[in-house]
Design a protein around this ligand. Structure first.
Ligand SMILES: Cc1cc2nc3c(=O)[nH]c(=O)nc-3n(C[C@H](O)[C@H](O)[C@H](O)COP(=O)(O)OP(=O)(O)OC[C@H]3O[C@@H](n4cnc5c(N)ncnc54)[C@H](O)[C@@H]3O)c2cc1C
Length: 428
């Protein structure tokens, strides 16, 4: 066995920047990927084969599924949890089903059942069914959800390191090693689940050429009475306001805005929320704002490739269309098993990238319908008169609205729609 001194000397041969503090690497004998310039004597027994960067829903879920395939996983996140994240906090049925599979549903308290989706514009209101008793939709605060997922990851054998920031990718032969603010890691696979503004995606050369011009913000409110069990969406001029119950008297209020209206949210977040509520006529007397809003953007951000070398993207880093679909977390959770399968097959095959191409196609098919209907909604929301006409049309045909919502949420296929369903928002 190498002595401690030999290991230290070997570690010094790694090409790292001066502020790298340590090295760690996990390579398995069954992974004949091209050698990296990290000597084997640096590797410690029990080190991770797979490093997941980002402890949000995507990172935690991928880490659990990769651990279920029998691989040693390290998950790291720069934040201490709970941390704030701009999000509407509505979990639609396939997201809830994915949480059930991960065994975290019973740990989510408090939650609110979401039974309806309501659109409001120009004085009209349309309502659609959301989920069913067997396939419910839930409102749950990210503080509760993300911590429950991290706990489940730990219970699945994932090593979780919080407060550790991924700093940069270092190309080594045909792979990347990862420098964090604590050490250098040379896993066989790096999963970048580091969110919408993924630093690793950019460094791996996977940044989409164009990004959209939408922004979002959210905050929690305490209400004087229990809210209706419904997600309410109010269409304003160039923005939408979302209300999602997240507990007995808790409400998540989110604003999504386009273009110049959205860009202004970056500057004056704290001042943006109440004017938006006023502009769409939401009476907010008696509301107690529990915190200043947090923001996110810009989006859409849709990379065309989901991998480079031994790095693979997951969650928002792999593509985020818009908060308007309410599907970001559900997509991240539903796609996590596909990502984990690809990681496992990549490892088992000794680096066959065709399995990563398959992951991209599978993820795409999970995202396609919500993106399609999200684009349609954004088009209709682009002008107040169009939005009012669409909401009137959907109000007249609630069954069509419910079917459209089910397709967007991944509960039904595009083929289940009748021609009138797609036309109903246009007919007014
Ligand atoms: C306004 C708004 C409303 C939304 N509403 C909904 C909704 O109602 N329902 C829904 O399902 N989705 C919604 N979404 C989308 C949803 O929030 C995201 O899709 C979801 O958070 C994606 O999860 P993730 O794990 O990919 O990323 P994140 O949750 O963003 O997690 C990424 C993690 O990576 C960490 N990280 C980043 N960089 C580094 C680094 N260098 N080193 C270490 N760690 C790092 C961060 O600390 C973070 O914890 C909304 C989004 C917005 C902006």
């Amino acid at each position: 066995m190498a002595t401690f001194l030999e290991q230290v000397l070997a570690c010094l041969t790694i090409i790292v920047t001066p502020h790298s503090l340590a090295c760690a690497a996990p390579l398995t004998a069954r992974l004949p990927l091209p050698a990296v310039r990290v000597p084997a004597s640096c590797y410690h027994a029990g080190m991770a084969e797979v490093v997941v960067v980002g402890g949000g829903p995507a990172g935690a879920a991928v880490a659990i599924h990769v651990a279920r395939w029998g691989h040693a996983v390290l998950l790291l996140d720069r934040a201490a949890f709970p941390r704030r994240k701009a999000c509407g906090e509505g979990l639609f049925p396939r997201g809830v089903a994915a949480l059930q599979d991960l065994g975290v549903l019973s740990a989510l308290q408090p939650t609110a059942s979401l039974q309806a989706l309501r659109f409001h514009a120009g004085g009209a209101t349309a309502g659609a069914r959301l989920g069913s008793p067997a396939r419910p939709a839930l409102g749950v605060s990210r503080a509760v959800l993300d911590c429950a997922l991290l706990d489940a990851a730990r219970s699945s054998g994932v090593e979780v390191s919080l407060g550790e920031r991924a700093v940069r990718l270092l190309p080594q032969g045909d792979r990347f090693v990862l420098e964090t603010d604590r050490r250098v890691l040379a896993p066989a696979v790096i999963v970048a689940a580091d969110g919408l503004n993924s630093r690793l995606r950019r460094q791996a050369g996977l940044e989409p050429k164009r990004s959209g011009r939408r922004y979002g913000l959210s905050a929690h409110v305490e209400l004087p009475a229990a809210p209706d069990p419904a997600v309410e969406v109010h269409f304003g001029r160039g923005f939408e306001v979302y209300r999602t119950p997240v507990g007995e008297r808790g409400l998540n209020v989110a604003v999504l805005a386009s273009g110049r209206a959205g860009a202004s949210y970056r500057g004056g977040l704290a001042d943006s929320l109440e004017p938006a509520l006023d502009a769409v006529g939401i009476a907010h007397d008696g509301w107690r704002f529990l915190e200043p809003p947090v923001g996110a953007g810009p989006f859409p951000r849709l990379p065309t490739r989901l991998w480079a070398r031994n790095l693979v993207l997951a969650g928002d880093a792999a593509g985020f269309f818009d908060g308007i679909t309410g599907e970001g977390m559900s997509l991240a959770l539903a796609a996590a098993p596909e990502c984990a399968r690809a990681v496992h097959e990549f490892l088992a095959s000794g680096g066959d990238t065709s399995v990563l191409a398959l992951y991209k196609r599978r993820r795409r098919s999970l995202a396609r319908n919500s993106e399609l209907l999200g684009r349609l909604t954004l088009l209709l929301a682009s002008h107040p008169a169009l939005a009012a006409r669409a909401v009137r049309g959907l109000a007249r045909r609630p069954a069509s609205f419910s079917r459209l919502a089910a397709v967007s949420n991944g509960e039904a296929s595009l083929g289940s729609l009748r021609p009138l369903d797609l036309l109903s928002p246009l007919l007014g």
